[in-house]
Ligand binder design. Sequence first.
Ligand code: TIU
Length: 224
Amino acid sequence: MPTDHVMIEAEPYEFELYPSRCALVIIDMQRDFLEPGGFGEMLGNDVSQLRRTIEPNRKLLDVWRQAGMQVIHTREGHRPDLTDLPPAKKVRGRSATCIGDAGPMGRILVRGEIGHDIIPELYPLSTEPVIDKPGKGAFFATDLQAILQHRGITQLIVTGVTTEVCVNTTVREANDRGFDCLVLEDCVGSYFPEFQEMGLKMIKAQGGIFGWVGSSGSVVNALG
Ligand code: TIU
C-alpha cells in the first residue's frame, strides 16, 4: 500500500492526492460576496447560493489544518488609492455604485475594509498566506506562483467563490502553469445555478481539460 498519497474519488477519474505537495486554495470567501447586506446582495444576487459552501469549507479546513497541510487564502480587491484598478474594470456594468465607492461594509473591494475581508467562519490563521489579487485569477499580478514553488506544491484543491468567475479563472491559470487542480463542488458556489453546473462541467470535460471535480466528503474521509 502506498503511504505517500491517498486516492480521492473524482471526475473524470480518481485524483491522487499527495499531502506533502498539495495546498488548499480558498478563493475569495469575502464578506462582500457572501454576507447578507454586502456588495453581492446589493447588486441583487442571491447570497444563499454562496453561503451553502461555508459549512463544507469549514469542515474541510478543520481536517486540513489538523493534518498539518498547507492552506492559502485569496481576496479580490484593490489598493485604497485604486492605482491597481483598471479603468475598464471600474466602469464595467454601468452600476451606480462601483469598486472604491462607499458600500454597505466599507469601500467596495478595497483592501483594509470590512467587506473586503474573509468571513469569520473561515478566517485565516497567521501562518496561512493571504493572496491579495486585483483580478479574477489568483496568479495574475500576485506572488502565488512563487509561494507555491518555494513550498514544493504541485497540486491544488480549489474551493471558494464564484465557480465560473474567480474559481474557474484561477484553475485555468494554475493548469497552464502545470498544477493539478481538484475542485470540490460542494465547496464552490455561484450566484447562478446554471453557471455552477456548467462551470464544473467545463473543468472536468475532455478527460479533465482543466482538472478534476470531486466533493469535500471524499477528501475529509481520506485525511480524517
Ligand atoms: N471572486 C469572484 O468570483 N469575483 C467576482 O466578481 N465574482 C462574480 O461572480 N461577480
